[in-house]
Design a protein around this ligand. Structure first.
Ligand code: S3P
Length: 443
């Protein structure tokens, strides 16, 4: 939860961005390392954990349910798990702040345990839909109490969860993960059918901890993910790669600011997360991969990013799951590119930390960019010149909206201000200092 007061920030045009940085650890992988470490047998070590507020919420929740979690002097996190049946009912309501991933995955975890837990969150999270997890988890035997299928809600976990086969109605890694986490407690095989591929960190990490998880491609292209219930999860040593969704902000800033050249170290390049890089390259962005390697079971590389003249592109709806969190920053890149960028099939953006579709369109228009929403598509008309800026935009408790407009301000004729930058701490606490270290002017 953002405990800080609203923090107005302003970003002014800067000259070239130059430097060599390691963006913070991957948020999705960090959450999962704490959760699986917390229910495994033994002590899991986690290097490079994202110490953002969202992950701190997950840590607090696992501690409240009995896991022992601490960081040593070398910044390595130690998670001593409670084992398959050791999780305890929390004594208090678990407040997971702004974090949808904490909420949905922890609800899944509790749904397969024989106790009740109550969850709440901040104003943004309490507006987000939870029906998408309530429905499958109810089929597994969990019961729920909530006013409107949103937080705050109570989960009465199932003592003997039923293994189900469930087809995801929305492309959501959070829903898939919630079902798999509940399925850990079920006798038999829990199956999730995924029509469009979403991030697979849960499947990969569950396998790493010793669960049997298989993935088969169906004739229609859907992935069928199967988890054998009641595995014995064993503690692991995990290295968290840098988050491609956080790296995206300095990356786009460097593409936009003439004369820039930056190196982003150890960025995760899981193909189900790397959609933005593919699209930026199609737009003409110079992004070179150096030293490709595996870290913590994920492909990573150092990215060398040089300023580039970008052109508008058409981004098909099928790209959305591999870059779902990157549309705000892509629309900033599009606003400085030459020509029209049409981003299709962005309905899910309406139910993120804010309604990102509306807020990006609104903020870009305020900055002088011609932008339209047509159905679920966002259309940005770039002129190849920097937009005007000179305004304060609303960020609605959304870290990615905040960072996107601060990146836009590195290029606009007049500074771009945001009403509140405090939520940046949920995913990228060092954002302002890292950007200013590269040469940005964010105050
Ligand atoms: C996440 C999945 C995505 C993403 C979120 C993190 C995850 O959400 O937007 O930031 O870690 O599983 P959805 O599952 O709602 O698409």
């Amino acid at each position: 939860m953002s405990s800080l007061p609203p923090q107005k920030l302003s970003s002014s045009r800067c000259s070239a961005l130059v430097g060599d940085i390691a963006p913070p650890g991957d948020k999705s992988i960090s959450h999962r390392s704490i959760m699986l470490g917390g229910i495994a047998e033994g002590t899991t070590t986690v290097r490079g954990l994202l110490e953002g507020e969202d992950v701190l919420s997950t840590i607090a929740a696992l501690r409240a349910m009995g896991a022992k979690i601490h960081k040593n002097e070398q910044n390595i996190w130690h998670v001593t798990g409670v084992g398959a049946v050791g999780l305890q009912a929390p004594q208090q309501v678990m407040d997971v702040g702004n974090s949808g991933t904490s909420a949905r995955l922890l609800i899944g975890l509790v749904a397969g345990k024989n106790f009740t837990a109550r969850f709440t969150g901040d104003e943004s999270l309490c507006k987000r839909p939870m029906r998408r997890v309530i429905e499958p988890l109810s089929q597994m035997g969990a019961r729920f109490e909530s006013a409107n299928e949103k937080l705050p809600l109570s989960v009465m976990g199932a003592a003997h969860p039923t293994a189900i086969s469930y087809t995801l109605p929305v492309a959501s890694a959070q829903v898939k993960s919630a079902i798999l986490l509940a399925g850990l407690g079920a006798e038999g095989v829990t199956t999730v059918v995924e029509p469009a591929p979403t991030r697979d960190h849960s499947e990969n990490m569950l396998r790493g901890f010793g669960a049997v998880v298989t993935v088969e491609k169906r004739g229609d292209g859907a992935d069928v993910i199967s988890l054998v219930g009641k595995p014995c999860l064993k503690a692991q040593n995990i290295s968290v790669p840098a988050d491609p969704s956080s790296a995206a902000f300095p990356l786009v800033a460097a593409l936009l600011c003439p004369g820039s050249r930056i190196i982003l170290r150890g960025v995760g390049l899981n193909p189900r997360r790397a959609g933005l890089i593919e699209v930026l390259r199609m737009m003409g962005g110079s992004i070179v991969f150096e030293n490709p390697r595996q870290e913590g079971g994920e492909p990573v590389a150092d990215l060398i990013v040089s300023s580039s003249e970008l052109s508008g592109v058409e981004v098909p709806a099928a790209h959305a799951p591999s870059m779902i969190d990157e549309y705000p920053i892509l629309s900033v890149a599009a606003s400085c590119a030459q020509g029209i960028t049409r981003m299709r099939g962005l309905g899910e953006l309406r139910v993120k930390e804010s309604d990102r579709l509306s807020l990006m369109a609104q903020g870009l228009a305020q900055c002088g960019v011609k932008v339209e929403i047509e159905g679920d598509d966002l259309i940005v008309h770039g002129t190849g010149k920097p937009p005007q800026g000179g305004v304060t935009v609303e960020t609605a408790m959304d870290h990615r909206i905040a960072m996107s407009f601060l990146v836009l301000g590195t290029r606009t004729d007049f500074p771009v201000s945001i009403d509140d930058g405090s939520f940046i701490a949920t995913s990228f606490p060092s954002f302002v200092s890292m950007m200013n270290g590269l040469g940005a002017k964010i105050r």
